[in-house]
Design a binder for this molecule. Sequence first.
Ligand code: SAM
Length: 380
Amino acid sequence: MFEKWYLEELINKTIRDIWKLTDYFLLKLISNILDNAEITPLLKSGTTVNNIIQKKNYPANVYASLKWLLDRLKLDGFVSMRLDNNVEFYTLSNKTMDYDLDAIKSMAEKASPESMAAFNMLELMANNYPDYLSGKKTGVDIIFSPENIDITNEYYGNNLFYNVHNIAGAKIVNWDISTRKNPQILEIGGGLGGGTKQFVIQRLKENAPLNSFNYCFTDVANKMLRSTKKALSTLTEDLSAFTFKKLDFNKNLSEQGYAENSYDVIWGVNAAHVSFDMRFSLNELFKTLKNGGSFIISETVRPIGNLMIQQEFVLNTLDDYWNVKLDEKIRPRHGFMDWNDWVRALKEIGFTNVETIPDMNVLQKEYDNCYVAVVRGIKP
Ligand SMILES: C[S@@+](CC[C@H](N)C(=O)[O-])C[C@H]1O[C@@H](n2cnc3c(N)ncnc32)[C@H](O)[C@@H]1O
């Protein structure tokens, strides 16, 4: 179900074509970072991540992001890596990089102005990466500083590639509730309301009612509640079915006013992976669902054709991205998970009929860069 829609409309030809350009752009940016930070000469003779950190006097916490940069170049053959006594030695390869940043960007802009949000964000990060590596700036300084916040907001709010998550999640939620009577819906980690807006836009397009459900929009940050309410009011005057409340999924939900067995659908876009202790959060959300209720998440996942997700170039710089509790069955890795990790996690919590909609097994046979998955589990 929805496989054809996903492959032809959701991840359409424009997205596929420009995606390749973002990859070339990123590779060139990484190469420039290494030049600007004077890491390139070290790579010419072969070096380890720890050697670079030591020679450049970088703080130890940049290890993972620095390694990511080298691994990303390695994936495309610009760097080679050999293991010596289990230590990874990276060396620049002979492959030349011909990408021209301006030419790529203007080609992408011509094809889709909405793709600029991704290019601008990558550029912002790259310009600041040498300062991040040397410890002069944190990821928060770069991503959330007042002078850069518009770029960040555009990245999450008006971005050809990111919007796919919102559209896909909202589509499955609208489909799920089409057979429910007056469903109670809870959205978690709603942020700037990208998913919520899609939920409303899709209903308006289909002439579906906006008062046949109750929708509780939540986020841990009060600011998000206000801005989403404002954004939704530009789409419709009728927000009577919507409430806007704070919810922290790292804490007990009933103590925050979310009673057990009270929602038909709980959903979120790229929110669940932010949880500190995923087992705890998923258990809380499970309890809050009614029997027969759906838990639906739209998440960035690692596509088989590119396990190194571009968003990590941005998120690797944030301490919170790494500060999560690992759990073999529920959260086997930091950051974004594979779609089948999510399926396993939901089953482990007790959800039944756990599936990806559309079916990722089918999708990834047709296209190797399916970077968003919608996973649904039912509370029995
Ligand atoms: C990656 S953003 C996704 C936002 C939005 N759904 C979107 O796709 O644009 C993650 C969201 O989770 C929220 N968040 C972070 N920690 C949270 C927590 N403990 N409980 C609830 N929401 C949280 C953040 O404020 C942020 O809005």
